[in-house]
Design a protein around this ligand. Structure first.
Ligand code: NAP
Ligand code: GLV
Length: 309
């Protein structure tokens, strides 16, 4: 049984080693594969070239190395009828919760303001606000959004989340649908986006959304760059409608050198590293799913390609 790995950063070797330990009988190849395409039954991929996956006629499943599968959904030649599995693994979840916690606390404790003050050698205290006086609102209550909110619980923030379908989670005020979004935004001081990128969520971080947040709210964008309407963010920051933004994902990556986000004093930027799949823990999820499929059992975390996540 053969599996082909295509990664973007050089983690092919780490994956191959982790899979060899977890499933020694699996014949693991790193992309590009020079043998007969009909050998390949499983693909484990991040951003494969368009049409690439159609070359393998015996493919049984496509595993996304990321939680997001927009890099696959955008391929017009994605092979039909082959299940696409999104990445759900403890390393990726833990990393995202670390990043979101850091970013939420950074906005809560005015760290962007202090960075500006430091640049001007200005010693000036900003009055502290109690965590309980702020609401952290999460767009997306999936694997990542929910874990991040649960990790924030001990700090005492009011926590809220918004999803497509109704939810009930202890300690989190849950909203759903268009009507729920208005109510959710009206109370949210620190807005985090952990939605998948779909036609419904594209551009959700826009002026209309920002205008519904309390004056001076902050935005943390960690889902996908396509969620953010960039000019609307700049306008909202420049007018003072928003106090700051932490951005990890962008419409164009790498972010072009001349992009105004780089130098904006109210924006903190990271290069799409909020979280990364860790081969050593993720290979367990992939291997367990291969065993399931080979045993005739249903795969876990299969994407509904119609829905887009
Ligand atoms: P997930 O488990 O599939 O959860 C998605 C959540 O979004 C669900 O709660 C879903 O609602 C909600 N949702 C989807 N469409 C919606 C809509 N139209 N309206 C309202 N809610 C909607 O996904 P995940 O594993 O948490 O990952 C989320 C995203 O994070 C990924 O797709 C990826 O883009 C991003 N990500 C980024 C990084 C990074 O390093 N920056 C790393 C990993 C992942 P229901 O619960 O009702 O279905
Ligand atoms: C990273 O962006 C992912 O989707 O896991």
């Amino acid at each position: 049984m053969a599996l082909l790995i295509k990664t973007d950063i050089d983690r092919g070797t780490a994956w191959a080693e982790a899979l060899a330990t977890a499933y020694p009988e699996l014949d693991v190849h790193t992309w590009p594969y020079k043998g007969d395409p009909a050998d390949i039954e499983y693909a484990l991929v991040w951003q494969p070239p368009e049409g690439e996956l159609k070359r393998y006629p015996k493919l049984k499943a496509i595993f996304s190395i990321g939680a997001g599968i927009d890099h696959l959904a955008s391929d017009p030649d994605l092979p039909e009828g082959v299940p696409v599995v999104r990445m759900v693994e403890p390393g990726l979840t833990a990393g995202m919760s670390e990043y979101v916690t850091y970013a939420v606390l950074g906005h809560h404790r005015f760290m962007l303001d202090y960075a500006r003050q430091r640049a001007g050698k200005l010693w000036q205290e900003i009055p502290q606000i109690a965590a309980g006086a702020r609401q952290v609102g999460m767009l997306g209550l999936g694997v990542l959004g929910r874990d991040a909110l649960e990790k924030l619980m001990p700090f005492g923030f009011r926590l809220a989340g918004w999803s497509r379908t109704p939810k009930s989670i202890t300690g989190i005020s849950c909203y759903h649908g268009e009507e729920g979004l208005r109510e959710f935004l009206a109370e949210t001081d620190i807005l985090v986006c952990l939605l998948p990128l779909t036609p419904e969520t594209e551009g959700i971080l826009c002026r209309e959304t920002f205008d519904q947040l309390p004056e001076g709210a902050a935005v943390i964008s960690v889902g996908r760059g396509g969620h953010l309407v960039e000019d609307d963010l700049l306008a909202a920051l420049d007018s003072g409608r928003l106090s700051g933004a932490t951005l990890d994902v962008f419409r164009k990556e790498p972010l072009p050198k001349k992009h105004p986000f780089w130098t904006h004093p109210k924006i903190f930027i990271t290069p799409h590293i909020a979280s990364m799949t860790i081969p050593e823990s993720a290979c367990q999820a992939v291997v367990a799913n291969i065993h399931r499929l080979e045993a005739g059992e249903p795969l876990r975390h299969v994407v509904d390609m119609e829905r887009g996540y």
